[in-house]
Design a protein around this ligand. Structure first.
Ligand code: CP
Length: 321
């Protein structure tokens, strides 16, 4: 594959290959000199039209650990604020020789447009577009789940039960996770207030529930989503206190999850709203681990797209010094 636009485009074998490659690259980079020479001479552009902490930094770290040259572009402070179009921005990057463009955009579909426009010749990686998809987040979530639940390389998530809770309506993380986790064999249930469930979930491979308490005891993982107030009209949102009472994960609710089950959050978190500080800081919460794993996943995605490999790192790859 040349681009990564949607988790729905990945087969089970594609996804397992990315997870296994991330394990291998993470292992090779886990040494005092973290750099691998794999993408030396290649240029990765981080093209961010929307704010990001985790995704932007981890793509930068991933590209640098593979020895690629990295150009960070933020729409704020660029000629986009003077009205320059996506096309002219893309043509400018192409003129500088971008081998991969990692794009975050407020418009759903912008990465697809970039990949199919002919404006650039390199690979396009979706780093989150509007309310559509965030495929590398879903991959790092699957990687974290596989590790935490004790499933090793080569395996998928068959039979694992994942509950995704909160603002599904505005969540590209939820959409990518529904597709990827179901492709990997997991059973996914979405839990949200009725006003925050998109109509399109009728065609998604998952169940929908409005009752968080009913799901806790049967979940291997409970993934809490950020309430995206910036994308929301106050008319269809319960009060913060009401939301926390019905859909927030408190210490008392976490105690009703099976002992082995984990709490996930993609970040950034609204502490005290969808997740209590007690839960966020608990060893059962994988939020920080998800960020660490994101670097390995993004290394794997860049490696597989740019090195021409159709399998994971081969034995000829550099071994730790
Ligand atoms: N999870 C996530 O995408 O975080 P950022 O918005 O900080 O990149």
């Amino acid at each position: 594959k040349r681009h990564l636009i949607s988790a729905a485009d990945l087969t089970r074998d594609d996804a397992v290959l990315i997870l296994d490659t991330a394990e291998e690259l993470g292992r090779l980079a886990d040494r005092p000199i973290k750099k691998l020479p794999t993408l030396r001479g290649r240029t990765v552009v981080n093209l961010f039209f929307e704010d990001s902490t985790r995704t932007r930094i981890s793509f930068e770290a991933a590209a640098k650990r593979l020895s690629a040259d990295v150009i960070n572009f933020s729409a704020k402070g660029s000629s986009v604020s003077k009205g320059e179009s996506l096309k002219d921005t893309a043509l400018t990057l192409e003129a500088m020789g971008a081998d991969a463009v990692v794009i975050r955009h407020h418009d759903s579909g912008a990465p697809h447009r970039l990949a199919t426009s002919g404006w650039i010749g390199g690979s396009v990686v979706n780093a989150g577009d509007g309310t559509h998809e965030h495929p590398t987040q879903a991959l790092l979530d699957a990687f974290t789940l596989r590790r935490r639940l004790g499933d090793g390389p080569g395996t998928d998530l068959a039979g694992r039960r994942v509950t995704i809770v909160g603002d599904i309506l505005h969540s590209r993380v939820a959409r990518s996770n529904v597709h990827l986790l179901s492709t990997l064999g997991a059973e996914v249930t979405l839990v949200a207030p009725p006003t925050l469930v998109p109509v399109r979930t009728e065609s998604w491979p998952c169940e929908v529930s409005y009752d968080l308490d009913a799901q806790l005891a049967k979940s291997d993982a409970v993934m809490m989503l950020r309430v995206q107030r910036e994308r929301m009209n106050a008319a269809y949102f319960p009060t913060e206190r009401e939301y926390a009472r019905r859909y927030g994960l408190s210490g008392e609710r976490m105690a009703r999850m099976p002992e082995h089950a984990v709490v996930m959050h993609p970040g950034p978190m609204n502490r005290g709203m969808e997740i209590s500080a007690e839960v966020a800081d608990s060893p059962r919460c994988t939020a920080v681990e998800q960020v660490t794993n994101g670097v390995s996943i993004r290394m794997a995605v860049l490696y597989l797209l740019l090195s021409g490999a159709d399998s994971g790192p081969q034995p000829a790859e550099p071994t730790p010094a």
